[in-house]
Design a binder for this molecule. Structure first.
Ligand SMILES: Nc1ncnc2c1ncn2[C@@H]1O[C@H](COP(=O)(O)OP(=O)(O)OP(=O)(O)O)[C@@H](O)[C@H]1O
Ligand SMILES: [Mg+2]
Length: 308
């Protein structure tokens, strides 16, 4: 994943005097699944619209494929986009919807392509029911099929799991992972961090138009993992006690004074007592546990109000 295919440099979108997105900097690498997380009105759709060429930034720059693309238009053709509502014709079937688009795109081998696509997203190509009778989950699947029609390299999905039931969420997640495994780079937005936690490789948390944080999956996992944080004068003196007396096997020495303990069986009181008995004073000790949603809320509430 060393190949940066999209880069946002200080991208801003103003609507009158209000910034929908302000000074966004982000690098997207080939093969990533990037989760854009933000509350209602945070700027997710505006950001995705700028990346997909539906809206022009007021300032800042967007670079595609290491700035080596033949032209921006050709890059946009390599994107499949589902933003807000998929533009579907309600009175015809899923197959017919895709066929109309395939004709408009000038695709050859239409029947095979459409059948394959419908199966891929979990819809029956033989289903002649009108799209207006589809459930929300089926419409989202069809929307993803529409986005995939031109065999894109990058798939942009704006809240594709919004309003789906738990089963639908799991299915769309699995579909996204399958698509990613075929080599697609995916940008996906949501207002719930937890929803994307099982699939995204990187998260951009957006708050009032600004990125509050861009964080990798690994970093996020680390920050939200459950552990006991122990601070002592000399961490290496505490280790034999933790290992031998308390039978702790999962721990990490973070710096010369700090140890994180991951074993679940252990209690804070036991650690303090045992260390004290061995003449080691604990400067501080606490259980660290943060849910993904708490993490998200902290980043989107403590940022304070912006003054335009
Ligand atoms: N065409 C527009 N004209 C004026 N203001 C706009 C326009 N589009 C978006 N905005 C404003 O920009 C801000 C960001 O909107 P955006 O739709 O990008 O947020 P969002 O994160 O997608 O929200 P939601 O979760 O509700 O979809 C909002 O304050 C919105 O009112
Ligand atoms: Mg939106």
């Amino acid at each position: 994943m060393t190949d940066c295919i999209i880069e946002l440099c200080g991208v801003t979108k103003m609507y009158r005097s209000k910034a929908a997105v302000r000074n966004a900097n982000l690098k997207i690498y080939r093969g990533e699944i990037v989760g854009i997380i933000g509350k209602n009105g945070a700027g997710k759709s505006t950001l995705l619209k700028m990346i997909s060429g539906h809206v022009y930034p007021t300032s800042g720059e967007l670079h595609f494929f290491n700035r080596a693309a033949a032209g921006e238009q050709s890059f946009f053709e390599r994107m499949g986009v589902l933003i807000e509502q998929p533009g579907l014709y309600p009175n015809i079937s899923a197959y017919e919807n895709l066929k109309l688009l395939a004709i408009a795109y000038g695709l050859s081998d239409r029947e095979t392509t459409i059948e394959k696509l419908l199966r891929l997203v979990g819809l029956d190509p033989k289903n002649t029911a009108k799209v207006k009778s589809y459930s929300m989950g089926m419409k989202q699947r069809l929307g993803i099929a529409v986005a995939l029609l031109g065999s894109p390299d990058v798939l942009i999905l704006d809240e594709p799991i919004n309003g789906l039931d738990p089963q639908g969420i799991v299915e769309i997640r699995e579909l996204i992972l399958e698509l990613n495994a075929t080599g697609l780079t995916i940008l996906i937005s949501s207002h719930i961090l937890e929803e994307l936690s099982k699939i995204a490789t990187k998260y951009a948390i957006i708050h009032q138009g600004e990125f509050a944080e861009v964080i990798s999956k690994e970093e996020l996992q680390q920050r939200c993992e459950e552990r006991i944080e122990i601070s002592v004068e000399e961490a290496r003196e505490a280790l034999p006690v933790l290992e031998r007396e308390l039978k702790i096997t999962q721990y990490k020495v973070v710096d010369s004074r700090t140890v994180y303990v991951y074993d679940e069986h252990i209690r804070i009181r036991q650690i303090v007592q045992e260390l004290a008995q061995h003449g080691i004073m604990v400067d501080s000790i606490s259980r660290h546990k943060q849910s993904l949603e708490q993490y998200f809320l902290e980043r989107t509430e403590s940022a304070g109000e912006r003054h335009d």
